[in-house]
Design a protein. Structure first.
Length: 152
């Protein structure tokens, strides 16, 4: 399997507000940057979209080291998800899981993508070069969202 390093990040100007996601994929000497954005979103949704877009970009099963600065996404995918699914997508407090549409999409990508994923948390805005680039891409995604016109 191809080994690939992925750095993801999300950004939001206001929460909710216009947001962006950014992805840096590194395989050997090859790098690819992805970014996008939405109006009226949240920081957590953008963090999740970055991981979803990163995994969707992989064309075949890979050995992935995925660096992210979101405890929400990390804990959701590595700790909370089995309980949510067992409870019909409800939290321990019997409330509906927030962002369930994205959690279901991410769950499918992780469970059916054929990848081995090593989830690695990094402290955001702390000088990690890959995380800083993903953050800059996420902010470009915000700019894309702000540049969009209704109906386009």
């Amino acid at each position: 399997m191809n080994a690939i390093e992925i750095y993801t990040d999300g950004a939001c100007k206001g929460n909710p507000g216009p947001g962006g996601w950014g992805v840096l994929l590194i395989s050997g000497e090859t790098e690819k940057e992805l970014f996008g954005g939405e109006l009226g979103t949240t920081n957590n949704r953008m963090e999740m979209m970055a991981v979803i877009e990163a995994l969707q970009a992989l064309k075949r099963p890979c050995s992935v080291t995925l660096h992210l600065d979101s405890q929400y996404v990390l804990k959701g995918i590595t700790e909370w998800l089995p309980g949510w699914k067992a409870k019909g997508w409800r939290t321990a407090a019997k409330q509906p899981v927030k962002n369930v549409d994205l959690w279901q999409q991410l769950d499918k990508l992780v469970s059916q993508g054929g990848h081995t994923i090593d989830w690695r948390w990094v402290r955001g805005h702390n000088g990690d070069a890959g995380n800083e680039r993903a953050d800059a891409l996420a902010n470009r995604g915000v700019e894309v969202a702000l540049g969009q016109h209704p109906g386009m």
